[in-house]
Write a protein that binds this ligand. Sequence first.
Ligand SMILES: *[C@@H]1O[C@H](CO)[C@@H](O)[C@H](O)[C@H]1NC(C)=O
Ligand SMILES: *[C@@H]1O[C@H](CO)[C@@H](O)[C@H](O)[C@H]1NC(C)=O
Ligand SMILES: *[C@@H]1O[C@H](CO)[C@@H](O)[C@H](O)[C@H]1NC(C)=O
Length: 299
Amino acid sequence: MSRRSIFLLAATVVLLYFSLIVFMLSPLHGARQVYYSVGHRYALRGAAGVTWCKEPRYQPAGPSGRAVALASFPGSGNTWLRYLLQQATGIWTGSVYMDFGLKVRGFPAENVTDATVLVVKTHESPPPDQFKAAVLLVRNPRDAILADFNRHLMGHVGTAPISAFKMKSPDRKKSAWAVYVSKNVAAWEALHARWLSRFAGRVLVVLYGALVRDTRQALLDILDFLNHTVPEEDIYCAVVNKEGIYRRRKKLQDFDPFSADMYRAMAAARARVAALITDYYRRHNITDKLPSIGDLLAQ
Ligand SMILES: *[C@@H]1O[C@H](CO)[C@@H](O)[C@H](O)[C@H]1NC(C)=O
Ligand SMILES: *[C@@H]1O[C@H](CO)[C@@H](O)[C@H](O)[C@H]1NC(C)=O
Ligand SMILES: *[C@@H]1O[C@H](CO)[C@@H](O)[C@H](O)[C@H]1NC(C)=O
């Protein structure tokens, strides 16, 4: 063998060896392996995997192209209802926000706001002309404010420690928590008032308490409002899997962070929002599905 061919052979071996290493290390190779080993089940990827009743997809946008809003005050169960609706219909739900945490865990349509999604999450006031209708998810202010406070501190499923409620505000007169509550009770009332009085499209009020108590009926009412029919077994599957992965489990035991003054302010705000809901239903002649206002008034 000539020196030249020995050199060529050696070079080829070295080249092959290195390309093999590069191939093994390449992220594409790693990604493919994961992809093939779990098949097309998006649901099984990641530590906090979601198992879908059926793999969700996008829907055709329809002639108006405008989506239905899923409006709520933060902490009112918006993510949980999105999860339930995705399970029941097999259609993704969108959001006016881009929450990267949610995007990789079962909500790939974050930041999608057109009618290719079933509903679009928003915590904002109704924007002019963006939505054709709205599902307004209403939770009592106490639990919503507490859930959102927990989310700010601990993320989507954690619970804030008791010390978090005792920190002083900058002016040292009230606790930071008291300032937070009074600001948020006002915001809670204002958000519902705007959707019930300023939004031009139809509004379906869904009370969080009713959604928890009779998830099946609440889903049927929402799907009816969306003109979306699904087979009974899909509703059943959604209800059976209703716990999902986005419910906060741990509750603070024997500690109520709300003072009597806070309860008074919340009761007044709840009564005013309940009156607005009743008024909305009366104005629109909706008699069959008047939500039980007791649910809203009960703590
Ligand atoms: C959200 O969507 C808009 C329009 O589709 C796009 O311009 C924007 O970059 C997106 N935001 C993020 C954070 O991906
Ligand atoms: C459902 O259908 C009714 C009757 O056709 C229509 O008035 C209503 O706007 C539709 N609702 C939604 C959310 O598209
Ligand atoms: C509400 O219903 C009443 C009686 O059924 C009817 O006379 C009235 O026109 C309706 N109003 C609206 C806004 O549909």
